[in-house]
Ligand binder design. Sequence first.
Ligand SMILES: Nc1ncnc2c1ncn2[C@@H]1O[C@H](COP(=O)(O)OP(=O)(O)OP(=O)(O)O)[C@@H](O)[C@H]1O
Ligand SMILES: [Mg+2]
Length: 297
Amino acid sequence: MTKVLEISHLNKTFGKFQALSDVSFTVNQGQVFGFLGPNGAGKTTTIRSVLGLLKRDSGTIKLMGEDATGNVLDTHRHIAYVPGDVYLWPNLTGGETIDLLLRMGGHARTKRVDDLIKLFELDPRKKNRTYSKGNRQKVALIAAFSANVDLYIFDEPTSGLDPLQARNFQDQILALKQAGKTVLLSSHILSEVEKVVDCVAVIRQGQIVEVGSLTDLQEHAALRINAQVQDWTPFQDYPKFHQELNGEISFTVARALLPKTMTALVTAGVTDLKVTPPTLEDLFMQYYDTGAVAHES
Ligand SMILES: Nc1ncnc2c1ncn2[C@@H]1O[C@H](COP(=O)(O)OP(=O)(O)OP(=O)(O)O)[C@@H](O)[C@H]1O
Ligand SMILES: [Mg+2]
């Protein structure tokens, strides 16, 4: 499998503040890779380090097997990038900007540009300074989707788009995926990327806390147990233990501890039992809740 982007032990500080601590993950050819995490977690800092817009303190960043930080101009030729806040030359029109962005990246202007302008319902004749946030974002997205590159990076791409345009964006990601292209997609919102990503990395306070496919993450997550037992005392130390008024108890347990827990339930005289895996939404909420841990035992 070709490694398109390989980040290893990346560290970045701003003064005394450690924005990234030992960040490592790999994006393989053909993958749509979700980069998720709460506000201020370090997503943009990681992306800007990849693009050479920020200087890392230590660690390595490889693009197509080569050091990405060596020749930044070369790096940019391999990448199409759309930032979260799009700033454009105020006096150019949207159409002129798309052409300029493509030319700067060394990409040919194809019919695809016109198709995308139509799809995203952009009026390309207006000056950039007159565009709304969403329309500025569309200009940058159309240029990125029209480029033929090794890696597409989108930082919070749908933050300014209405639901219909956000759907168009997702369709374009799926089209890139079908064409075997590689995408890094940063977002706060799981539901926004859930339908298109193969794999995710979750970053929290500058550290990667999870990497894997969504199914893997769900399989590794703690299970919720609801049970009726005669003696609840053996379970009171389990994470998230609750006792309902009707005597039903509930708690969470790591999958690995399930056999031991089942034996304990039998000994405690279990009369009713329900085991549920967490929804992906529940799983991700744990990462956003400061002080909570992802894996409970
Ligand atoms: N130029 C800078 N100087 C000082 N601190 C910075 C700078 N850029 C980012 N930071 C800090 O680094 C941390 C990570 O910021 P970053 O923008 O990477 O987060 P993010 O995950 O992209 O968040 P969001 O989802 O809000 O976009 C934050 O605490 C932020 O305040
Ligand atoms: Mg950001």
